[in-house]
Ligand binder design. Structure first.
Ligand SMILES: [Zn+2]
Length: 80
């Protein structure tokens, strides 16, 4: 048996984690290496926006932030 908390996120994984969602936007934590198109396709496949354009990565500087938990990851806000 291991002591690992199954709820703890594996931040080194090549995965996306949802951070928050509202009606107009959602935020995710993704590897810094991911291209915008990959972020959008992952979000749209796991959480369809139901709008014609789907979720789109915000273009403003405030829409992207460093991840406080891992320098190799970023937090990105998407709009629908
Ligand atoms: Zn993060």
């Amino acid at each position: 048996m291991s002591d690992t908390n199954p709820n703890e996120l594996d931040l080194s994984a090549d995965k996306m984690y949802p951070l928050a969602t509202s009606i107009l936007w959602c935020a995710v934590c993704v590897p810094r290496a991911w291209a915008t198109a990959r972020i959008e396709s992952e979000v749209n496949s796991t959480n369809p926006a139901g709008t014609s354009n789907g979720w789109v990565v915000g273009a403003d500087a405030e829409d992207t932030d460093d991840c406080p938990d891992d320098p190799k990851r970023i937090h990105v806000r998407l709009w629908c």
